[in-house]
Design a protein around this ligand. Structure first.
Ligand code: ADP
Length: 308
């Protein structure tokens, strides 16, 4: 299928809640097939956007298209082709994995018993839960619940898969297993992964957007965004006491503790001297530089130069 037929186009979407919080402010994004990371801190507006895409709530303004489908008007069509894994996946603790997945398959419209059995078996195997199929969900670990959520979300081969903050409660081994599972999904559909964890995006996503306070600060391919910071990020290990002075002199983008010492990353177009050394930037530097407002200006300047 033509890649454009499957992409998701979000235009000028805004949402203000009844209490006056502006959760989304004129959001426009072009989301191609594959894994797409929506990265931002808590309260940025990610869940609001995810729920809107999943037809669970209405924006005040804007339009959303998934291929030929108008997402805001043709909700039923979207739901038939949508897989949604919410932040909190409530499970029925006394239900067995196989039974509950079978039940959700009926709800999804797979009424033929034989094909349902095939689908359920395939999904339990794909999510590595086949051995656990007769166990009650109440005894599942966080990672197993998440993988069960993926199995439910995958019913009916969705063209759009929405995954909201999936790795937050997982231990490191579960997280790796879960991310590996997700990475297999991006081949045939649009998969949007909303997260505040930079590594989730850097390990998985071919495209991403950084969102804060309801606004898109940057849209980029992670690899290119990292390349764009070459020669601009400098590091120094300091005593905590010198931080206030440094903050006055430099554009600090992050401070991190390392064995009791403080590692400072700054953004600087010139060699700052003063013991700073140039580092190879990573996606975390992109994120913090963007959040601090430095990278955005740089990208906008480049775009401005390219225009006649
Ligand atoms: P994120 O998923 O990035 O943490 P959310 O979309 O959940 O962000 O929230 C964005 C902003 O909207 C936050 O300030 C949050 O408190 C507010 N918000 C979210 N849901 C509601 C709601 N139902 N009513 C009022 N404010 C809300």
């Amino acid at each position: 299928m033509d890649i454009h037929q499957q992409s998701l186009t979000i235009r000028n979407v805004s949402k203000t809640y009844a209490n006056g919080v502006v959760a989304l402010s004129n959001i426009s994004l072009e989301i191609p097939r594959g894994m797409y990371g929506l990265l931002g801190p808590n309260g940025a507006g990610k869940s609001t956007l995810m729920r809107t895409l999943a037809t669970l709530q209405e924006p005040d303004e804007g339009s959303i298209r998934l291929g030929g489908i108008d997402v805001l008007c043709q909700k039923e069509e979207v739901r038939q082709t949508l897989g949604y894994l919410p932040q909190e996946f409530g499970v029925y603790p006394n239900a067995k994995a196989e039974d509950l997945l079978d039940y959700f398959a009926v709800l999804k419209g797979i009424t033929n018993r034989a094909s349902r059995r095939e689908v359920v078996e395939a999904l339990l195997k794909q999510t590595n839960l086949w051995d656990k199929r007769r166990q009650k969900l109440g005894g599942f670990s966080g990672g197993m619940k998440q993988r069960f959520g993926v199995a439910v979300a995958l019913l009916g081969n969705p063209k759009l898969m929405i995954v909201d903050e999936p790795t937050a409660g997982l231990d490191p081994a579960e997280r790796v297993r879960f991310l590996n599972l997700l990475s297999e999904l991006g081949e045939n559909s649009v998969v949007i992964l909303s997260t505040h964890i930079v590594e989730d995006v850097s390990e998985l996503c071919t495209h991403m957007a950084i969102i804060n306070k309801g606004q898109i600060l940057q849209e980029a391919e992670p690899i290119r965004a990292v390349e764009g910071l070459q020669g601009l990020i400098w590091r120094r290990i300091v005593e905590k006491s010198v931080l206030p002075a440094l903050e006055r002199e430099q554009k600090i983008i992050s401070t991190k503790l390392l064995s009791g010492r403080t590692v400072v990353h700054i953004y600087s177009e010139e060699n700052p001297g003063n013991g700073f050394e140039l580092v190879a930037p990573d996606l975390e530097d992109v994120y913090f530089t963007t959040m601090a407002g430095y990278f955005q200006k740089q990208v906008m300047q480049q775009e401005g130069e390219a225009q006649p």
